[in-house]
Design a binder for this molecule. Structure first.
Ligand SMILES: [Zn+2]
Length: 343
């Protein structure tokens, strides 16, 4: 990006109420068949329009065509039985009924490529596409086939790489892998998690990003955050190895979190998507609050590598709140851009 401090969002944005139940994760679709396909495309265009009107620089589909950032991708793969469900603890935090891996996993055909092509046709702005990361995928399943988290992650990494290459060919500028699980399983991240992530990104010529957050603003996550103490140093465990990885951009949660900003020094040299919008509150940040977070981040991230962003996806928020937050992000970035230009 030539523009300084290009803004983007971490992932999902609210869906219109005629497409899915608002403020709800895994909300069922309200339309069917052909109507559903048209509805998803209409929602994608509206969501893009909201981003462009707010002045967001790197735009996305806002995940309008997916029910959930992990499961919708897995639904399209062979080897996973969605009828056979088991209760597992997701990210060591909350119980969920999840599908079972019953055989070798593979991708029959591209999953999101038609959606990405559609988004590409609508705008000449840079576009970012989010995929689940391998470790977060295995953490959302019960594995009755490979019986090894590492082996299953490696198989998913190969599948993700096929999808990522197809997305790149469709004109996607940045492919982002969502790895909230990186904030929980530090030993595994360092043993094989980052290697699996690099396998997913292998051979890509477009830019690659990894999004590592403390989760959506849902109760299970906000309760968990209360147990983490006054300083959240989870990133410290994984940053040294990430700094040496082949991933170009690291997307982090910084607004209102207890993450010490100086930890970003450990990934010096990487581009950093700095979360300057809290997704766990309906209170809309003022542009000045956003600017304050970005100024702090500038102590540890070079200006040409700082990408103002949201902490996480905004699907659980009311639409007007999400739109307000997009505007605040844009206005806050502009304040700091002017300051930098005046230096
Ligand atoms: Zn997130």
């Amino acid at each position: 990006m030539k523009k300084l401090l290009p803004t983007s969002t971490a992932g999902s944005l609210p869906k219109p109420s005629w497409l899915a139940q608002p403020e709800t994760l895994w909300s069922p679709w309200k339309l069917q068949n052909e109507e559903l396909n048209d509805g998803k495309n209409d929602a994608l265009r509206l969501c893009l329009d909201d981003q462009l009107r707010a002045g967001i620089d790197i735009v996305s589909d806002g995940e309008q065509t997916r029910q959930h950032f992990v499961t919708t991708f897995i639904e399209h793969l062979n080897g996973v039985d969605f009828e056979k469900r088991e209760i597992v603890k997701i990210r060591d935090r909350y119980d969920a009924s999840v599908p079972t891996v019953v055989g070798p996993v593979s991708r029959q055909k591209p999953v999101f490529v038609e959606d990405a092509k559609f988004l590409r046709q609508q705008t000449s702005q840079p576009i970012k596409w989010a995929l689940p990361g391998p470790m977060t995928m295995i953490d959302t399943l019960y594995d009755n086939h490979y019986k090894s988290r590492e082996k299953l992650a490696w198989e998913f990494a190969k599948i993700l790489n096929q999808e990522a290459k197809d997305l790149e060919a469709a004109g996607v500028d940045i492919i982002q892998f969502d790895e909230p699980a990186f904030n929980v399983f530090f030993d595994e991240v360092n043993d094989w998690g980052i290697a699996a992530l690099e396998r997913a990104a292998e051979g890509l010529k477009c830019e690659t990003a990894v999004h590592i957050c403390y989760g959506y603003g849902i109760k299970a996550n906000t309760d968990w955050k209360k147990t983490l103490g006054s300083e959240w140093r989870q990133y410290e465990e994984i940053f040294p190895k990430l700094q040496k990885s082949s991933i170009d951009i690291i997307s982090l949660e910084c607004q209102h979190s207890h993450v010490p900003m100086e930890l970003m020094e450990l990934i010096r040299g990487k581009k950093v998507m700095v979360g300057a919008i809290d997704v766990a509150t309906n209170t809309i940040e003022t542009p000045e609050e956003v600017a304050a977070t970005l100024r702090k981040a500038l102590q540890f991230v070079d200006a040409d590598k700082l990408y103002p962003c949201t902490n996480c996806g905004m699907i659980p928020l009311p639409r007007h709140v999400a739109t307000g937050k997009l505007n605040a992000l844009s206005a806050g970035a502009e304040i700091v851009r002017r300051e930098l230009a005046g230096k």
